[in-house]
Ligand binder design. Structure first.
Ligand SMILES: [Cu+2]
Length: 150
């Protein structure tokens, strides 16, 4: 019985904190947040941890999730926070991490290709410089309205 609890706990923990790793770069808990099933825009959040010895640059994302995908940053202009596509690739220095989250760096998915369901896992590739990429799966989260965009 105790083993069952341990296995169940392990399974739940894993399900919550899924992560992907390649060449000592870890992508932690990638989620695609969609405000409602009638919305055609989604935001992607995750944490990138660079445990390698090299500088890496995030270039973008490819997937069949949406027609258009962008890496966004948030800037402050006259006390107003604005989002815009990143103008250059995002540097993640060795031994550091960057969290993609509301009011900060995030991915934008415009014109979603399907109506997704909560907990669905969507394949994508995060692209870095030097043709390096990490296959990940975004977990769909619907009804989480903390991304006020456009
Ligand atoms: Cu945005």
């Amino acid at each position: 019985m105790r083993y069952l609890f341990i296995i169940l706990y392990f399974f739940l923990f894993q399900a919550y904190s899924h992560q992907f790793e390649k060449n000592n770069i870890i992508i932690k808990h990638p989620v695609l947040k969609i405000v409602s099933t009638s919305t055609k825009i989604g935001a992607g959040y995750f944490k990138i941890i660079n445990n390698s010895e090299k500088e890496i640059y995030l270039v973008g994302v490819t997937s069949r999730i949406a027609k258009k995908q962008e890496v966004h940053e948030v800037i402050e202009e006259n006390n107003v926070f604005k989002m815009r596509p990143l103008k250059k690739n995002l540097l993640i220095k060795p031994g550091t991490e960057i969290e993609f989250k509301p009011q900060s760096y995030h991915l934008m998915f415009f014109e979603l290709n399907e109506i997704f369901k909560t907990d669905q896992m969507l394949k994508a590739k995060l692209n870095f410089n030097k043709d390096f990429f990490i296959p990940v799966e975004f977990k769909v989260v619907i009804n989480s309205s903390n991304h006020d965009h456009h």
